[in-house]
Design a binder for this molecule. Structure first.
Ligand SMILES: Nc1nc2c(ncn2[C@@H]2O[C@H](COP(=O)(O)OP(=O)(O)OP(=O)(O)O)[C@@H](O)[C@H]2O)c(=O)[nH]1
Length: 610
């Protein structure tokens, strides 16, 4: 049986000796293959230059794309076995940072991690390790992490929009030379209809591109299943991270630095007991990056100060890459996870000791039964929110019956970091915290454009849009009606009738404000209500009377005509998005690697190095 199989495999291809195909082949051979060899000769018209202008345009475009990919050559000093890539996960509170890290860790190592505490290092591939760090909503943490980040996963709550934290981090990044930045949209499941979802995705994508660079990668995490993001989406995200190429940043290459993932206090406990403020001896563990670190060199520990290194020593790699040349994918044993601050593993081997981690639960239990005198200390220990956080959510009303003052109102103007942006404070009843929404001057215009696109699509009856429109409920129709009104009002018209209407609306305004000023807005509708509130602030915007006027329809049509080119580009973008979503796509993206923004980054880097 086996012999037969091998015979079948080894049998040569038999060329046909007879029949019409064989005869044609013979004839072609004799005539010297006039057709197959050179298609251009056989059908010269098909390959002729149809338009010189068009050809010139195509040529220029190709050259443009090629030059965009060129970078200033730079020496890559990373060793053959590089340290793990630092992936910093940034975003406003409760956006899903821990969940994303947890899902990515599960995707790469098949292990589940509870709390994300400190840096988590994993072996993600045959030659690659990743260190995930969650960036809390604190400016100092942001500054520290922006210095060491290789890749930033920027999480954005799509149901709410951009928050101030995102822009604070982006501004800090600019100082140190931009790391690679990838946007991730979460909370997309809170959109009930497709049209609103599509519009939000588009708006956020364009804003993200404006802030980072045109074509920056934006990932969509469309919803959660049992408290985790969808496996396929996480897989794609992981794949994109692992095929990503990193350009060495000047700041990082010219400094030696250690992202400490473990810390031990080696001071004699007796000394600490006698003098709690005595000088301590602390050993920090982590991968050394950048250049060499010498003994006795000066180091800066963020938040602590400048110190001299007493000793530097090599330790066995706690999260080693697989040995030798591996041809196949990693097996389960090789997918290591190292997170000492999260207490993974329990036992940690050191140069001169072995540490066993006990869960702290039993210690607390003992203390809970202690006398009431320790109650105050207990309450301090068990406090979950910091004083800053508590202050941020506190409100003060100066006089009875007046509106409460929010701390953000006072601090807002002092914030120099994001001076170009306006922020609006929202009280989120679901999350019980203040949210700082970013307001863009052009956003309203953009929205109008989007509306035009959608309206045009609808009138043209594009198949995809038609399907989506069917899903839309009456409520949405109302919304689009409101948006039309906003559009119309952008136009400066001195029509007397309008002025009369304006006056009417101005009289009615206080009533509507009373209704919409409520802070307890359902989460799903926050975006919409926000737009409505914005509309309120401008008296001209509140003109429902013109929704059906003929002028407006004409304007709409004209704009629709102008937008034709724009539509094409939108389609292109949508195609781009569709490409994202598979291993092959990830590889292709890596090859393309168009980073127009990088040229800007280089400049920044050069400037910073100077
Ligand atoms: N519906 C929905 N819920 C989400 C999504 N992403 C995160 N959540 C929920 O939001 C909550 C907060 O998620 P976390 O991962 O803890 O967010 P975080 O950013 O780490 O929060 P902090 O560490 O407090 O800043 C969790 O209950 C998640 O289940 C999403 O895309 N859709």
């Amino acid at each position: 049986m086996e012999g037969k199989e091998t015979n079948v495999q080894n049998r040569k291809h038999q060329h046909k000796q007879s029949g019409p195909k064989a005869e044609r082949k013979k004839l072609r051979k004799n005539l010297g293959d006039p057709a197959g060899d050179d298609e251009r000769k056989r059908n010269p018209k098909a390959f002729a230059v149809q338009s010189a202008v068009r050809m010139a345009k195509t040529f220029h475009r190709t050259q443009d794309l090629k030059t965009k990919k060129h970078h200033i050559p730079r020496v890559d000093r990373t060793p053959l076995q590089p340290p793990p890539i630092v992936v910093v996960v940034v975003g406003p509170p409760k956006v899903g940072k821990s969940t994303v890290i947890r899902c990515l860790i599960k995707n790469f190592t098949r292990q589940k991690l509870g709390d994300i505490c400190g840096p988590v290092t994993i072996v993600s591939g045959k030659k690659q390790r990743l260190t995930f760090i969650e960036c809390s909503n604190d400016i100092n943490t942001m500054i520290d992490l922006a210095k060491v980040a290789d890749l930033v996963l920027m999480l954005i709550d799509a149901s709410f929009g951009f928050e101030m934290e995102t822009f604070e981090f982006l501004n800090i990044c600019q100082v140190h030379g931009f790391p690679r930045i990838m946007g991730v949209l979460t909370h997309l499941d809170s959109f009930r209809n497709n049209k609103a979802l599509r519009k939000t995705k588009k708006r956020l994508k364009h804003r993200f591109w404006t802030e980072v660079y045109q074509g920056a990668k934006l990932f969509y995490l469309s919803g959660m299943v049992y408290g985790e993001y969808q496996t396929q989406e996480v897989k794609n995200l992981g794949r994109f991270i692992s095929v990503m190429k990193f350009r060495p940043l000047v700041w990082q290459q010219s400094h030696s630095y250690v992202v400490a993932d473990r810390m031990e206090d080696l001071t004699d406990p007796d000394m600490v007991r006698l003098d709690p403020k005595c000088d301590r001896t602390v050993s920090l563990y982590g991968y050394l990056r950048g250049t060499f670190l010498k003994k006795k060199s000066q180091v800066h520990i963020p938040g602590v100060g400048d110190f001299e290194v007493a000793d530097v020593s090599f330790l066995p790699d706690p999260c080693a890459l697989p040995d030798g040349q591996k041809k196949r994918a990693l097996n389960e044993k090789e997918r290591l996870l190292y997170a000492p601050m999260a207490g993974v593993g329990g036992i940690v081997y050191d140069k001169d000791a072995v540490y066993i981690d006990f869960p702290g639960g039993h210690v607390n239990q003992e203390q809970e039964e202690v006398r009431p005198t320790t109650e105050m200390v207990q309450s301090l220990i068990s406090t979950h929110a910091t004083l800053d956080a508590k202050m941020a959510v506190s409100r003060v009303s100066l006089f009875t019956g007046t509106a409460a003052l929010i701390p953000g109102d006072v601090e807002e103007e002092n914030n120099g970091l994001t001076s170009g942006l306006q922020e609006n404070l929202f009280w989120d009843p679901k999350m019980q915290r203040e949210r700082r929404k970013v307001i863009f001057a052009e956003e309203e215009e953009d929205d109008d454009d989007d509306d035009d696109d959608d309206d045009d699509d609808y009138s043209e009856g594009g198949s995809e849009d038609e399907e989506d429109e069917e899903d839309d409920d009456d409520e949405e129709d109302k919304e689009s009606g409101d948006e039309e009104v906003e559009q119309e009002l952008d136009d400066d018209d001195d029509d007397e009738q309008r002025i009369a209407e304006l006056k009417k609306v101005a009289k009615e305004k206080p009533k509507s404000k009373g209704k919409q000023g409520m802070t307890t807005t359902p989460l799903l509708k926050r975006q919409k209500v926000f737009e409505e509130r914005k509309a309120e602030e401008e008296p001209v915007v509140e003109l429902p009377a013109f929704a059906d006027s003929e002028d407006e329809l004409e304007i709409g049509e004209e704009e629709g005509g102008q937008e034709c080119g724009g539509e094409d580009s939108v389609e292109e973008e949508e195609e781009e998005e569709e490409e994202v979503g598979g291993a092959a796509a990830a590889a292709a993206w890596e090859k393309c690697d168009i980073r127009p923004g990088d040229s800007g980054h280089c400049l920044r880097e050069i400037r910073s190095s100077n």
